[in-house]
Every structure is written in structure tokens, then in C-alpha cells.
Write a protein that binds this ligand. Structure first.
Ligand code: PLP
Length: 387
């Protein structure tokens, strides 16, 4: 049987069987509505409280500061639009970076049409934001800075702590999209100096369609959904109890495994990067060489078309991606790769391989062997390649 290797853990992760087991009773046995007074409902409420505590503990927050949402996109939208509308008496200026996820850039485009001003800070060749650039961009009208914790395509981890010092001094709200880092690397909201933080369960072996937003006590924010009193009126709608329980369980497991996983994945990631750079000519590593997610490999291969290589690798049982899963259907090269200064041809020939809990050394050996073969083959039929 052909070997199957999943290397797209940044797009999504399989649900951990222990997470599924924890969720199951909440579909049909403990199915109560958490807003009801009888014991079936209270059982659901206790399960939600328990999950909220696990998630709050993971980032050193208070339980009252966590709201559950329908995923990372909703958390990001709530942070951006919620802060914008609740604070428009103070100003109309928002600062982001030019490599944010669509879940940030699209609400910002929406707000621009409503009269808000958005400044997009360029990153350097490694995908890093310079905190000094943030400092310089701040005006008397700035109400929010939103910079992602780590980039979903190139894995670069931003100097959030340094940016947090600036926003604190200037008393400006600071949001970070931690969808790629929550449950993967340590997060302490006080050390980072953030007021809002987004996360999504399906990136850490939890279910899809459930996320959370950390909102620091005292933050002025408009709710995204209006309706019932759930989440202390900050997010109406009957709670997704199985999803919340799954998110809590996934977080608990992620915390226990984190140190070991960071070490294991960093080793495997470095082996993969070194193998690619050693075995294949005309290849460039994208993202920061050190300040990058332990599981992220992103390379550009000259004379190769990203989609062609994805399909060839798929035929060999390897699932991976060009750019992000969300942008790879558009046919346009990745905005992130263009932002770090790659020429369009190189941006088109990029490959993102993201490792995870079920990746082992044999997978890495297999991928290196297949990749070398596929690159040779594609270059041999490419009119652009000389070899
Ligand atoms: N932000 C980042 C950095 C992401 O990688 C993603 C998902 O790819 C999202 C936000 C959106 O999260 P969700 O799929 O839970 O809506």
C-alpha cells in the first residue's frame, strides 16, 4: 500500500480520538441547553465552564476574559470590528501588517468603506514586522493594532512582546491572531502585552467551527452577534457544547505535549529543511531561519509551478500546500510571499510543508525522496529550466 503523509497541519489537523471521546456524550446524552436551570442544562454549563478554565489557564487569563466563537475567522472579525465600532469616538485608525490572514484583512477592507483608516505595515525579507514601524505609524486617531503571532504560510513568529510594550505605553488596544500558535508554543497574554487574542480549535487537534477570543477585562468592544445573554452578552447563540468541550480537551492535551512536541517537531523540521537545501538546487527557504513555528517549512523552487508539484506529490500520497489553503484556489501568487520580496515566478513555485503530531522520521525520509524525484521530473519538462 502506498504511504500516506499528511503535511498540511497548518491548514487543519485531525481530531485527536481523546477529543472525540470527550465530545461524544454532549451530542445525545448530555445534550442540555446550558441556559436552562434543570440538571441536564447545568451539566452542559459545568462542561463549558471547565473548558473555559482550561483555555484561560493555557494563556494565563481569567475565565471571565474568554468568549467562545464559531472559529478563528469570527474571533478576528469580532476583535477588529468590535473594537472599531465601540471606540470610534476615540479615533478611526487601525494598524495591521501586510501579511495578515484574510480573516483580518477583509474586515479591515470592510471598515475602510465605512470611513476607518487602515495602515498596513510592510514586513522585511523574513516576514518580520519592525516594532519601530508600528511606533511611527501610531497617530492620535489610532484605536487598534493587530499583528498576527505567527504567519500561517511562512511560519515567522512576530516580536509581539515588543509591540505590546509600545501599545501599552500609548494606551492603544492590541490584538494578536494566535490561530497558528495557540496550543503549539507557550503564550502568556501578560508577557505579550495583548488585549485581545484569537484562537481556533481545529488547528490543535480539536473540532472545526469552534474558536475563542480572549478579551482583557475593561476592554470596550461591541458584540458581533446580538441575541440572547450567552457569553455574558458578548456572543449570543446557544453554546456549541460538544465543540467547546472538544476545544477544552484539545487544549489540555496540547499543554501536556507542548515541550516534547516543540523539540520533536523542530528536529524533524530542521531535517526536512536541511535535506531539501542539500538535495535540491535552485531552492530558497522562505520565512525566518530561527524565529519560525517548529512545524513550518516553506520553500520556493525555481522553474517549478506550485500547483503542478502539489498534484504530483498528491499522486505519491503526500498532502501539502502552496501558500495558504484559503488563497491557493485563487490562482494568484501568495500575498505573503510577494510581501517578503519574492519575484512572482518564485512565489508561484512555493511549497508549504507543515508537520504535526503524527509526523515521524520515516515520513520525512519519504518526502525527501519523493520531492527530489518530482522536482527532477518537473524541471525536465519545464521550458524555463536549463537542467
Ligand atoms: N487566522 C489564521 C492565521 C489562520 O491560519 C486561520 C486559518 O487558516 C484563520 C485565522 C481562520 O481560522 P478558522 O478556520 O477557524 O476560521
Amino acid at each position: 500500500m502506498k504511504r500516506r503523509v499528511y503535511l498540511d497541519y497548518a491548514a487543519t489537523t485531525p481530531c485527536d480520538p481523546k477529543v472525540v471521546d470527550a465530545m461524544l456524550p454532549y451530542f445525545n446524552k448530555k445534550f442540555g441547553n446550558a441556559s436552562t436551570l434543570y440538571s441536564l442544562g447545568q451539566e452542559a454549563k459545568i462542561a463549558i465552564d471547565d473548558a473555559r478554565e482550561k483555555i484561560a489557564t493555557a494563556i494565563k487569563a481569567d475565565v471571565s476574559e474568554i468568549i467562545f466563537t464559531g472559529g478563528g475567522t469570527e474571533s478576528d472579525n469580532t476583535a477588529i470590528k468590535g473594537i472599531a465600532y465601540a471606540n470610534k469616538d476615540k479615533g478611526n485608525h487601525i494598524i495591521i501588517s501586510n501579511i495578515e490572514h484574510h480573516a483580518i484583512t477583509e474586515p479591515c477592507k470592510f471598515l475602510e468603506k465605512k470611513g476607518f483608516k487602515i495602515t498596513s505595515i510592510p514586513v522585511n525579507k523574513y516576514g518580520l514586522v519592525d516594532p519601530l514601524d508600528i511606533s511611527k505609524a501610531i497617530t492620535n486617531n489610532t484605536i487598534l493594532v493587530s499583528i498576527m503571532h505567527a504567519n500561517n504560510e511562512i511560519g515567522t513568529i512576530q516580536p509581539i512582546q515588543d509591540i505590546g510594550k509600545i501599545t501599552r505605553e500609548k494606551k492603544i488596544y492590541f490584538h494578536t491572531d494566535a490561530v497558528q500558535t495557540f496550543g503549539h508554543i507557550p503564550i502568556n497574554i501578560n508577557d505579550l502585552g495583548v488585549d485581545l487574542l484569537s484562537a481556533s480549535a481545529h488547528k490543535l487537534y480539536g473540532p472545526k467551527g469552534i474558536g475563542m477570543l480572549y478579551i482583557r477585562k475593561g476592554t470596550r468592544i461591541m458584540p458581533f452577534l446580538h441575541g440572547g445573554d450567552q457569553e455574558k452578552k458578548r456572543r449570543a447563540s446557544t453554546e456549541n457544547v460538544p465543540g467547546i468541550v472538544g476545544f477544552g480537551k484539545a487544549t489540555e492535551i496540547a499543554l501536556v505535549e507542548m515541550d516534547r512536541e516543540v523539540r520533536r517537531l523542530t528536529y524533524l523540521r530542521n531535517r526536512l529543511i536541511e535535506g531539501i537545501l542539500e538535495k535540491i538546487d535552485h531552492v530558497k527557504l522562505n520565512g525566518h531561519p530561527i524565529n519560525r513555528l517548529p512545524n513550518n517549512v516553506n520553500v520556493s523552487l525555481e522553474y517549478i509551478e506550485g500547483e503542478a508539484i502539489i498534484l504530483r506529490l498528491d499522486a505519491e500520497g503526500i498532502a501539502c500546500s502552496t501558500g495558504s489553503a484559503c488563497s491557493s484556489s485563487s490562482g494568484e501568487p501568495s500575498v505573503v510571499l510577494l510581501a517578503i520580496g519574492l519575484p512572482r515566478e518564485l512565489a508561484y513555485g512555493s511549497l508549504r510543508l507543515t508537520l504535526g503530531r503524527f509526523t515521524d522520521e520515516k515520513d520525512i525520509n519519504y518526502v525527501l525522496e519523493v520531492l527530489l524525484k518530482v522536482v527532477k521530473k518537473l524541471r525536465s519538462i519545464s521550458p524555463m529550466a536549463s537542467n
